[in-house]
Design a protein around this ligand. Sequence first.
Ligand SMILES: C[S@@+](CC[C@H](N)C(=O)[O-])C[C@H]1O[C@@H](n2cnc3c(N)ncnc32)[C@H](O)[C@@H]1O
Length: 423
Amino acid sequence: MPKTASDLPESLAARMGALRLMAHVLRDGRMLGDGASGLEGPAAARALRLAGLTLRHMGRADALLAQRLDRQPAARTRDILRLALVEIFEDGAAPHGVVNDAVAMTRQSPKSVKQAGLVNAVLRALSGPEGRAEWDALPPPALPPWLRKPLAKAWGQDRLRAIEAAHLVSPPLDLTPKPDAQILPEGARLPTGSLRLAGGQVSALPGYEAGAWWVQDAGAAIPARLLGDVAGLRVLDLCAAPGGKTMQLAAAGADVTSLDLSEGRLRRLRENLTRTGLSTEIVVADALEWTPEAPFDAVLLDAPCTATGTIRRHPDLPHLREARDVEALTMLQYKLIDRALTFLRPGGRLVYCTCSLLPVEGEHQVTAALKRHPDLAAEAPDPAEFGLPPEAASPHGLRLLPDLWAERGGIDGFYMALLRRPE
Ligand SMILES: C[S@@+](CC[C@H](N)C(=O)[O-])C[C@H]1O[C@@H](n2cnc3c(N)ncnc32)[C@H](O)[C@@H]1O
């Protein structure tokens, strides 16, 4: 009888799940979080962690394999080798168990069965001290060329290397506490106000059930704060799901309308609002077609983007995005900015932000909007007001790159600016 996942030892089940997830990303082009490992509970969590770790360090595994193999093995075999090497060299896993499971997985499928001998030989040869020395001597994985080139141009080679190094570190867990939160887990307060933890199962942390906080990267928690005191203001969160910024605005006393195109993502926003005891008006619509009944005091536009500022949290992204995505997204961002401006009352304010490392999705969008709308004013924020160092100041706004506070665990990359319509 064929074995089900629950009959297998957890380590083998998790490794098989990780392989499935890697195939979803590398061959089906699906986000890691959307893939199905076929597992539940701790084995599912372990599979997700292993797949993420392998994608994060895959460049090094591929370089090591290229030194050892004359020919590319079949895709599945290659993934098995990548996973095993990353587990041994980056996760401190015992080589013996890793190699045994790798060989067992190779034998499981007709796509790889003939390569079991090869997998065994390569991994046994590499899992000793010699392999470790070779691994350590390899250059760290680099971002794909379509991203490296504009990043080097924008931020310089040294900063690019620092960004790439930041992407190799598994990020901490950042929480945004509600202003009146009573129960909080133990963690370090960042100068920006976020609570930083090393990690942990989110739903088991103190204050989760009470809705005292929500998970939100420290960088992502700043754009909503650019609007200052929003109590009593009518605020439109134009691309709102899954709702981190919506919750900040609602918790600060704003009368919030949360709009998003995606019903699925809005479901998560609703769950988040229910857990935190907050409420907003929810609209499922395309921002480019929807029209409000009355203008807003403020609009927050957290526009869809390449999300390259979140690569440290989503190591699958560099394997999924392509250069041509940038063009389509920048066109959408420009249209969304112009649309958002029509929703403001005279004197109303717009926060534009993207979690992208690329200036074309950030600084350039705002500079172009100011040219298209000469009566629009940018109100450059003071980084110190948000607990950020002076180097976060950038044309018209704030710029965060993931190597900021590297010693404290970094921050997601973001650009944000505050624009005001004339009275
Ligand atoms: C960066 S995410 C927003 C994250 C959210 N602000 C938060 O803090 O949790 C961008 C969102 O824009 C939405 N979106 C994309 N195109 C849209 C459009 N034309 N109209 C409305 N929402 C759109 C996506 O569904 C996605 O949820």
